[in-house]
Design a binder for this molecule. Structure first.
Ligand code: SF4
Ligand code: SF4
Length: 180
């Protein structure tokens, strides 16, 4: 068979010496290398007890923000979905009904809004595209799970709790925008 390159290595099959047959020198040599690592600086952390500090502009789990009155900012315009290179965002727009003025800021809102976290590459383009300051990436990690379905985040996981607001100002101030 013709090879792609001329590089080849002849593998020797010489008899092992008595010292090699004992294996002990090789074992002690290996243990010495392992032992020497005890005194070196560790590059690993004892996660989850110790957590690595993230960069201030780290992009993690998204949040759909509410305004000061607790109304959802998102108007289901779809710009975030169009901007998403991973096609991770899907939504269904709904029309605000009379009496729902306290729930949704504008006449149109996202009846359904989903992000597939397995597709998402956390590029932040959805955040960039949003004209309503509705979607932001945060410094939260997306928790791991064994079920693929559990990575589809709906509004129940994305929209912030009225009484438990997600502070995105730190990351935004370090980046480029301020929260409105
Ligand atoms: S961060 Fe990027 S990949 Fe993830 S949903 Fe937003 S636009 Fe799509
Ligand atoms: S998050 Fe922003 S860009 Fe996406 S649909 Fe809602 S308002 Fe539009």
């Amino acid at each position: 068979m013709q090879s792609l390159t001329d590089r080849k290595k002849v593998v020797g099959n010489k008899e092992m010496t008595f010292k090699e047959k004992l294996y002990l020198p090789a074992i002690f040599k290996g243990m010495g290398i392992t032992f020497s690592h005890l005194f070196r600086k560790h590059n690993t952390l004892r996660y989850p007890e110790v957590k690595r500090e993230f960069a201030p502009v780290y992009r993690g789990q998204h949040v759909l923000k509410r305004d000061e009155q607790g109304r959802e900012n998102c108007t289901a315009c779809g710009l975030c979905a169009v901007a998403c290179p991973a096609e991770a965002i899907t939504m269904v727009a709904g029309e605000r009904q009379k009496g729902e003025e306290g729930l949704y800021r504008e006449e149109k809102y996202a009846e359904m809004y989903e992000i597939n976290m397995l597709r998402c590459i956390f590029c932040g383009l959805c955040e960039e595209a949003c004209p309503k300051e509705a979607i932001f990436l945060t410094d939260r990690l997306v928790p791991s799970t064994f079920e693929r379905d559990e990575f589809i985040y709906g509004k129940e996981l994305l929209v912030e709790d009225v009484n438990l607001r997600i502070d995105i100002t730190k990351r935004q101030l370090t980046g480029k925008r301020t929260e409105k």
